[in-house]
Design a protein around this ligand. Structure first.
Ligand code: ADQ
Length: 742
């Protein structure tokens, strides 16, 4: 499927907390500067080359309507941006509060820093709604809406409610934590449902993707198939997109005359043999105190480097109004003072600490002058600094990179010197290694990493994400064609009405009644009882409930409705009006059960919540009530073990919805269906409905013209049509039943 053409015709509207520019006011005049931070620097390059829009907080709230208008005009005309204005309370509770005191620490595994405050949550919801309202104003049909990051986790669902067929992508720039951490959130369901409003959900690494899918399964009970989930009637895709940078911009700048000049000035000013560099936003996730301690340990041990190196530590101020950040700033100031105080000599200062943002050229001059970069966050979604440093290595000799294993970038930049950022000794040794490594080694490491960074740059990353988003929309469109539309239903009605001999083959669990935790809880309610009775009363109808259930249960539950019944996936049959159940095959045995039972028992003991159901000619292991991931894993193990045991015995192992079943191989719902089909050769209406893999056997033996319906949405089926719930299946049957009575 190629979606390039479609993409080329679409406008991309980005929504993120901050616009890529920051507006402030100096003596009544607007001052506009680029925003700092991974998302803004990364996506700005894309935005500048695209006709699209960007919606977000501009960094200030102009006092009066006239100034607002002036700012909006400038933002729109010069930058294609639309502001969302936040009040000081919004900023306090939504931004400093829920975003940065709840989500940011929790998602970076700092659960002890995490504050749970319901008033902050309320404002978070309100601000997400403000973004939604703004997007509704500025978007037009056909736009691609691309929502970014943890500040706007509820926005995809809010927009989906307003524009059900919108194309919505969501990308998270920070880690998605494991289920064990995420479950701490009191609003975990709302957050997951909020994100699932998107059509495509992207993360930097496979681990984050895996964690998200594990949370949607364990918290919302949503099963995934190849990273695809079904939300209402929509297919939602979850995938990994490691974010790139505008690599050429960095390499070109590093060789430009301006930067060469900057480098010379820097060399003169620093007068040092080697430069060690770190560049971070000042944030507790970046591991700055740990890194300073490692640098101190290095100076203690490797005295031969005294006087020959300078550690340039560049920190950009961030979230300065949040208390934890203020405390961290004091801690860093003290550590720098202590280390410089311990080791400095006249003419040598070990650490040059800059607490500010630097213009692009100066930043690149630092990157390209450094002999060693220290990128050692305690946790980081990706970390673009590591990539920017590598892209700027145009000089000879090139620099070395020490990189934390807990930065998303580590999964792509394996040639770096990888460290555990909590291990001070390991980091001190890595600094020593990075300074001494041969030029040749460094060159080959940097070359390999540069190639990767150039290949998957920000443009490729964006294209990849947006193309996949269009493909998901194409797939949704394709799936929609299989939905039993109103038009198709009217066709079905007239087929039914004109038919003299109708066969209705209906599965029970998951088709007529919703799946229940325990088999005995899925008793027919009065509606289904009345519905079946109504259908069977019509003399033109032959109604067959064809189920995996045992004979007793079916007799007890459905005996009074007048339906024909097929039990145990086709092992037994009981025709309407006949008192006895008949075996469909003469050569069935049950002795094998005593050999298989102990294995199922062992799995039941090891899997809390699972249990065994014994039927006359089948054994079933149920795990619907088990913890979903454990249940899935155990079911695969059990099916493997059973396959080995039953090979050559005439038995078959079936993996159905939350069950593993062993039964005679020659028996299945398809064979039972054939018996009904062959009863008459002049059926002129056939309808079959089922939800499970076992029902695919029914669909596969039906004539092409039969109305076959898969209940519940799944990626693969042989049925011609799909209905998304038992409720809808009932409504369809009800409408047929009504025809007969009119
Ligand atoms: P950040 O946490 O902001 O981003 P990072 O990816 O390192 O982290 O990006 C920082 C950006 O700010 C870089 O582009 C860098 O050049 C710039 N920068 C830092 N200090 C600077 C300074 N003093 N002067 C000028 N520029 C400076 C979040 C996530 C990351 C993820 C990105 C992108 O936390 O894990 O990589 O988004 O998804």
């Amino acid at each position: 499927m190629n979606s390039d053409f479609e993409l080329a015709n679409k406008r991309v509207v980005i929504a993120s907390n901050r616009l890529p520019i920051n507006v402030s006011s100096k003596q009544g005049l607007l001052n506009i500067t680029p925003s700092v931070g991974g998302l803004a620097t990364g996506l700005s390059s894309f935005h500048q080359g695209n006709e699209g829009l960007w919606v977000g907080w501009p960094g200030m709230n102009p006092g009066n309507a006239e100034k607002k208008q002036e700012l909006e005009k400038t933002l729109h005309d010069k930058y294609n941006c639309f502001p969302v204005y936040l009040t000081s309370t919004d900023l306090k509770k939504y931004y400093q509060g829920f975003s940065n005191r709840t989500l940011w620490p929790l998602f970076h595994y700092f659960s002890t820093y995490t504050i749970y405050d319901s008033s902050e949550w309320s404002v978070y919801k309100k601000v997400n709604q403000m973004f939604c309202d703004r997007l509704l104003e500025v978007t037009r049909p056909g736009d691609i809406i691309w929502i970014h990051d943890y500040h706007l986790l509820l926005l995809p669902q809010m927009l989906r409610r307003e524009i059900p067929d919108a194309t919505i992508g969501f990308f998270l720039h920070i880690p998605f934590p494991s289920m064990e951490i995420f479950r701490y959130l009191p609003w975990r369901e709302e957050i997951l449902e909020g994100i699932l409003g998107a059509d495509l959900i992207g993360f930097h690494t496979y681990d984050y993707t895996r964690h998200f899918l594990s949370c949607t399964l364990r918290i919302l009970g949503k099963e995934q198939v190849y990273g695809q989930l079904t939300v209402d009637n929509r297919t939602v895709k979850v995938d990994t997109f490691p974010m790139g940078i505008d690599a050429r911009r960095f390499s070109a700048a590093a060789s430009s005359p301006d930067v060469i000049n900057e480098r010379k000035l820097l060399g003169k000013r620093l007068k040092t043999e080697k430069i060690i560099l770190s560049v971070d936003r000042l944030d507790f996730t970046k591991g700055i105190p740990e890194r300073l301690k490692a640098f101190e340990r290095f100076l203690d041990k490797y005295t031969q480097w005294h006087g020959k190196i300078t550690y340039v530590m560049l920190c950009v101020p961030s979230r300065t109004k949040v208390r934890e950040y203020q405390l961290l700033k004091s801690e860093i100031d003290e550590l720098v003072g202590k280390i410089n105080g311990r080791f400095d000599t006249p003419g040598w200062l070990p650490i040059l600490y800059m607490y500010r943002s630097l213009p692009f050229k100066q930043l690149v001059s630092l990157y390209s002058s450094a002999d060693l970069a220290l990128v050692t966050p305690l946790r980081d979604g990706m970390n673009l600094v590591a990539k920017e440093f590598i892209a700027s290595q145009v000089n000879n000799p090139v620099g070395a990179l020490v990189l934390s294993e807990t930065a998303g970038a580590a999964s792509e930049l394996g040639e770096a010197i990888i460290v555990n950022p909590n291990d001070i000794n390991m980091m001190a040794e890595a600094i020593a290694e990075g300074l001494s490594v041969s030029g040749e080694d460094k060159k080959s490491w940097i070359e390999s990493m540069s190639k990767r960074i150039e290949k998957y740059d920000i443009f490729k990353w964006t294209e990849d994400f947006l193309n996949q988003l269009c493909q998901v929309k194409d797939r949704q469109e394709l799936n929609r064609q299989f939905f039993l539309s109103d038009k198709k239903q009217s066709e079905m009605h007239s087929d039914y009405e004109n038919a003299g001999k109708r066969l209705l083959l209906l599965d029970y669990d998951g088709t007529l009644v919703p799946l229940a935790g325990k088999p005995e809880q899925a008793k027919p309610d009065s509606e289904i009882y009345d519905l079946l009775s109504m259908l069977t009363k019509n003399p033109k109808n032959t109604v067959v409930v064809i189920s995996g259930r045992d004979c007793n249960t079916l007799s007890e539950w459905l005996g009074g409705t007048g339906v024909n019944m097929v039990a145990e996936h086709g092992t037994w049959i009981r025709e309407t009006g006949k008192p006895e159940w008949q075996l469909t095959s003469g050569d069935l045995t049950a002795e094998w059960k005593e050999n298989i039972y102990p294995l199922l028992e062992m799995f039941s003991v090891r899997t809390p919540g699972s249990f065994i159901e014994e039927k006359s000619y089948a054994l079933v292991w149920h795990y619907r009530k088990a913890e979903p991931e454990l249940g899935n894993l155990r079911s695969k193990e059990l099916a493997d073990a059973l396959h080995d045991m039953v090979s050559g015995t005439g038995l078959q192992v079936l993996r159905g919805r939350k069950v593993v079943e062993v039964k005679p191989a020659g028996v299945n719902k398809g064979k039972a269906t054939l018996q009904w089909l062959e009863k008459y050769d002049d059926w002129d209406f056939i309808l079959a409905a089922g939800d499970d893999w076992t029902d695919e056997d029914i669909f596969s033996v039906l004539p092409d013209w039969a109305w076959s319906i898969k209940v519940g949405f799944g990626p693969f089926t042989r049925a011609r049509f799909v209905l998304d719930s038992t409720n809808k299946a009932r409504r369809v049957l009800q409408s047929l039943g009504n025809i007969g009575t009119q």
